[in-house]
Ligand binder design. Structure first.
Ligand SMILES: [Cu+2]
Length: 262
């Protein structure tokens, strides 16, 4: 079989393997579908990085297969003993640097978009993570959401709005994480962290603390529902009419968040 035909077959097989692997996960390479515009940005970077890795991997495998077949031993003669091919050495030194530089630029641009905070978000939610639950305050709407002692707290957001989460902790480090948002941020005593998301579709998703924070860390779950704006307004009305549910007896109330240092 001619060498070129063999190489073509190997290349086709490798291509099929890559595409089949991508198809089986919807080309998300194991990441969950994003339900926020920030998460979509992260997902695009994730996909781009994997496709770049697949292209580099395919090139390496083709070169390896080419060398194995083309320079295989045919007789007892020694193969060519030549060395030092400057153009090739420059190529394989410069190419990885270019690949890393491109990935670096895309990563920085994505990060800037994902961590950006707008001057006037549509909804502000003050999030207090404490051992071992969450308190969500909507200061402008004067709504507070807590666990009822049985179910984890459930907050509601309007689809398509820019939502700012101000993240504080009065005790130890926690982390605000809704996996389907594809963004998360730590809550650190003495630090005022914030993230913004724009939820792009209606639905309900689970969130949890992503930082081991003590014996009952596992209890720190919550849920987020995204609904159309009119349903969100109805929910706010309902919450404003309902007294704030108290915490379970064995859960210490959140202390006043520590003022950030200078
Ligand atoms: Cu925690």
């Amino acid at each position: 079989m001619p060498l070129c035909r063999r190489l073509a077959e190997v290349g086709a097989l490798a291509g099929v393997a890559v595409v089949a692997g991508g198809c089986s996960s919807g080309f998300d390479f194991g990441a969950p579908d994003a339900v926020t515009s920030q998460g979509q940005d992260v997902l695009d970077l994730w996909r781009g990085t994997h496709w770049a890795a697949a292209a580099v991997g395919a090139l390496i495998w083709l070169l390896v297969v080419f060398c194995v077949l083309h320079y295989r031993r045919r007789n007892d003669d020694l193969p060519s003993q030549g060395h030092e091919n400057i153009p090739v050495e420059v190529f394989y030194t410069v190419t990885p640097l270019i690949v890393v530089a491109v990935l670096f630029v895309f990563t920085v641009l994505t990060q800037q978009r994902v961590v950006a905070l707008s001057a006037d978000p549509d909804v502000v939610v003050d999030v207090t993570g404490f051992q071992w639950s969450w308190q969500f305050d909507y200061p402008e709407e004067e709504v507070t959401v807590l666990s009822n002692g049985v179910d984890p707290p459930r907050i509601v957001l309007p689809v398509g709005a820019t939502v700012r989460f101000n993240l504080v902790s009065p005790d130890v480090n926690h982390s605000f994480w809704v996996p389907r948002f594809l963004v998360k941020r730590d809550l650190i005593p003495g630090v005022e962290n914030a993230i913004e998301v724009e939820v792009t579709e209606a639905g309900e998703w689970e969130g949890r603390c992503a930082e081991f924070c003590g014996i009952d860390h596992y209890r720190m779950s919550f849920s987020v529902a995204a609904v159309p704006p009119d349903e969100y307004a109805d929910w706010l009305d309902e919450q404003q009419e309902t007294p704030v549910t108290s915490l379970p007896a064995d859960t210490p109330a959140p202390a006043t968040p520590t003022e950030p240092g200078p």
